[in-house]
Ligand binder design. Structure first.
Ligand code: FES
Ligand code: FES
Length: 172
């Protein structure tokens, strides 16, 4: 039998304990063991962002991370951000601005978007940070740069940016 390890994760506020194959990715643990299928598997290689979740508030590609590395961590998936009758502001903004078409990339886009606005607030540098000094609020260029790890095959990018700028309180 493959080596297993006990892992305790707090997922969307409830604590789960499981013996997992040490090679299980966080993405597979969420989808297959915890049945949280909102988080999508696109490439499984860190190249599309569909699997983005929040770990203690910071975004990661869950396909690139082993579940056992997250013992004790607090994970938030799209299911935990908001509920249909109590949407997270970013979820509501994606609906308002048509920030999706097929929706496959959307859970990852929304988790990433929430983390991006937090990164900006915390002053985490980006390649285009120089623009902040001259441009009002959150610029489109900065959002594009920070969201560049989240691929959308449907090309909903400009609507995603509008949704994010709306939540950030930026002028259109
Ligand atoms: Fe993780 Fe594509 S599935 S980055
Ligand atoms: Fe279809 Fe983004 S909405 S891939």
């Amino acid at each position: 039998a493959p080596p297993t390890m006990p892992v305790t994760l707090k997922v969307n506020g409830s604590t789960h304990r499981l013996d997992l194959d040490t090679r299980t990715t966080l993405l597979d643990a969420l989808r297959e063991h915890w049945k949280l299928t909102g988080t999508k598997k696109g490439c499984d290689h860190g190249q599309c962002g569909a699997c983005t979740v929040l770990v203690d508030g910071r975004r990661i590609n869950s396909c690139l991370s082993l579940a056992v590395m997250h013992d004790g961590d607090s994970i938030t998936t799209i299911e935990g951000l908001g509920k249909p009758d109590d949407l997270h502001p970013m979820q509501a903004a994606f609906i308002k601005h048509d920030g999706y078409q097929c929706g496959y990339c959307t859970p990852g886009q929304i988790c990433s978007a929430v983390a991006v606005l937090d990164e900006i607030k915390r002053g985490v540098p980006s390649h285009v940070q120089a623009d902040i000094a001259t441009a009002p609020a959150v610029t489109e260029m900065e959002i594009r740069e920070r969201m560049s790890g989240n691929i959308c095959r449907c090309g909903a990018y400009s609507n995603i940016i509008e949704a994010m700028r709306d939540v950030a309180g930026a002028k259109a």
